[in-house]
Design a protein around this ligand. Structure first.
Ligand code: NAP
Length: 314
């Protein structure tokens, strides 16, 4: 039976990926720092390996003979003020976990066919104009440098003859958790609107397409290196905010200016103030078809349950 190892898969994207793999009769080992946490579930083909995201240990035995290894580990970039210590944690939770997996892959007897490592469109930094395909250079801000180092750690697995895919993901919109659920809150209070000028690009992807694209990349031996995971439709922050307001029957006029966001969030405000017009060129060239290529369709799907309990405002 085909086995895949997923690290950091107790989170938002990983839980959905795990359940899709289990549905496809694949056996899954999830590497987690805390197998006893409430975020773990039970399934006959699902097991857990304990690791610390840094060091080699008993968990490395799971890598041997796995068809694919997927690394989704990393502390959330949008949950706490980016102090110097916090930045170090954001960095090491990604680079250390990637290095540990690459080392384990190198030491395994039967190596995986493919290693997929999370990355983000933050790799490109803020790009005001022009289409951003996978060959665009990295940005020079904190996230740009972090993603570049993260990717270069992952690419070391190529030395062992393993195909490496770098998942340069946009903002994943989901029906539970993730950025969308956090962005809905001000709209519920009739206080929604664009963040910053609203002119910045807002590269997004529906959670279903995120998981489908990861599965596609696992099976597509011609895909390697960086792959943009973002809907083909270009959307600005203002367009996103208007679409969200319309979907929720709420106003979307209350813009929060950039200076206020910077005062409240510090450098972390870059996560929402910077953007890029991402083009998922490699996926499209390979013939990947998005289930949710446009925002109204994606929001209608993701907010379906929510809207039935949502009083109409405007
Ligand atoms: N969600 C998005 O919109 C988005 C967009 C672009 C890129 N990404 C990237 O994609 C990956 C997965 O995203 P997600 O939203 O699913 O993240 P998530 O919900 O925050 O889950 C990430 C997982 O990483 C593990 N982790 C946290 N801190 C760690 C540490 N210090 N060392 C090792 N592992 C640690 C945790 O697993 P355990 O507690 O079980 O160890 C956690 O479940 C992340 O690397 C994220 O940066 C996400």
């Amino acid at each position: 039976m085909l086995k895949m190892v997923l690290a950091g898969a107790t989170g938002f994207i990983g839980q959905k990926l795990t359940s899709r793999l289990l549905d496809s009769q694949i056996s899954v080992v999830v590497l987690t720092r805390n197998p006893a946490s409430g975020r773990t579930t039970k399934h006959a083909r699902l097991s857990y390996g304990q690791w610390d995201g840094k060091n080699q240990g008993d968990w490395t035995k799971h890598i041997d003979g796995a068809e694919a290894v997927v690394n989704l580990s990393g502390q959330s970039v949008a949950s706490r003020w980016w102090s110097k210590t916090r930045k170090q944690e954001l960095y090491s939770s990604r680079i250390d976990s990637t290095n540990a997996l690459v080392e384990a892959i190198g030491a395994s007897t039967v190596k995986p066919s493919v290693f997929l490592n999370a990355s983000a469109v933050g790799y490109y930094g803020h790009v005001e104009q022009g289409a951003v395909t996978e060959d665009h250079p990295p940005g020079n801000d904190f996230l740009g440098r972090l993603c570049a180092d993260w990717e270069s750690a992952a690419l070391s697995a190529r030395a062992f003859g393993v195909r490496v895919v770098l998942l340069r993901t946009g903002i994943v919109l989901g029906s539970e958790g993730g950025a969308l659920q956090r962005m809905i809150f001000p709209f519920e209070l009739f206080a929604g609107g664009p963040l910053g000028s609203g002119d910045q690009w807002f590269p997004w992807i529906h959670e279903e397409d995120e998981v489908r694209a990861i599965l596609y990349a696992i099976g597509r031996s011609s895909l390697s290196g960086p792959v943009n995971l973002s809907a083909p439709e270009s959307t600005t922050m203002r367009e996103f905010s208007n679409a969200l307001g319309r979907a929720l029957h709420r106003p979307s006029a209350l813009r929060i200016p950039a200076f206020l966001l910077r005062a409240l969030l510090g450098e972390m405000a870059d996560v929402v103030l910077s953007g890029q017009r991402i083009v998922p060129q490699k996926l499209m060239k390979e013939g990947f078809e998005f289930s949710f290529p446009t925002l109204p369709g994606a929001l209608a799907d993701l907010l379906r349950g929510k809207l039935s309990s949502f009083p109409r405002g405007f």
